[in-house]
Write a protein that binds this ligand. Structure first.
Ligand code: FPP
Length: 240
């Protein structure tokens, strides 16, 4: 765990991209248009986060609970993922970003799984930033899966061992978690990984989220003092 009293760029940034539906409704547009604009906002986020020096960006694209949405919206989101992932390949490669999908992919349509595998392979050499797209992901699922893997191997279930079995294992804890759309919840996102994250809530609806909004969140993060359970004096090195 890295200790710092602020002034850093978060190593691992996580984002809950909320508000696509409300953005569309406010404009009398179909929800699908909100999601399409949401993809554009995600492009902006990826490019600015990489420019700013973020090393890992994990975004919540589809939660385990999102299957409960009307079938037409779920199908639309699947189509959008497949098309967006294909169209995105060159941009990600040019930006030095490697893509990984984290979540239970088995229930996804074949063409989406193919687009995922091809984009992961095509971008694997990118070293500037890793982009984790959480799809059919839930924090509880992630923890249960990690604990089950340890149990199956007959290994002791310790915090360190669980951390090594999580879907985002190589990327470590989340430093800054941003949620747009005005809600103030974690919604079963990176429950374990965000244990010590600074959490930034924005009223901005996701399709409106700009590079400047990210900079505002990064400036707020810089001013935070991260204590990881210690006193302020300990963190500042002034404890007598
Ligand atoms: C939440 O808004 C957003 C989602 C459930 C989908 C997010 C997906 C994207 C932005 C596209 C990602 C694309 C790729 C290729 C990874 P909401 O529909 O819950 O909005 P509401 O709360 O206003 O109804």
């Amino acid at each position: 765990m890295s200790l710092h009293t602020g002034s850093d760029i978060p190593h691992h940034l996580a984002v809950i991209m909320d508000g696509n539906g409300r953005w569309a409704k406010a404009r009398h547009l179909p929800r699908a248009e909100g999601h399409r604009q949401g993809v554009q906002a995600l492009h902006r986020l990826v490019e600015r986060a990489a420019e700013r020096g973020v090393k890992v960006l994990t975004v919540f694209a589809f939660s385990s609970e999102n299957w409960r949405r009307p079938a037409a919206e779920v199908n639309m989101l699947m189509r959008l993922f497949a098309v967006a992932l294909r169209d995105w390949r060159t941009r990600l490669i040019d930006a030095g970003v490697s893509l990984r999908i984290v979540g239970e992919l088995e229930p996804f349509p074949e063409d989406v799984k193919t687009a995922i595998a091809q984009t992961e392979r095509a971008t694997a050499a990118g070293t500037r930033m890793r982009l984790n797209v959480a799809a059919n992901y839930g924090g509880r699922w992630d923890m249960c899966r990690a604990a089950s893997a340890l149990a199956a191997e007959g290994l002791p279930i310790t915090p360190e061992a669980i951390a090594q079995k999580l879907a985002t294992a190589p990327d470590g804890d989340v430093d800054l978690l941003i949620r747009t759309g005005g809600e103030q919840r974690i919604s079963n996102f990176l429950l374990w990984q965000a244990a010590y994250a600074e959490i930034y809530f924005s009223d901005c609806l996701w399709p409106d989220f700009s590079a400047a909004h990210l900079d505002e969140a990064l400036a707020w993060y810089e001013g935070r003092e991260r204590r990881f359970g210690m006193t302020s004096e300990q963190v500042r090195g002034t404890a007598g």
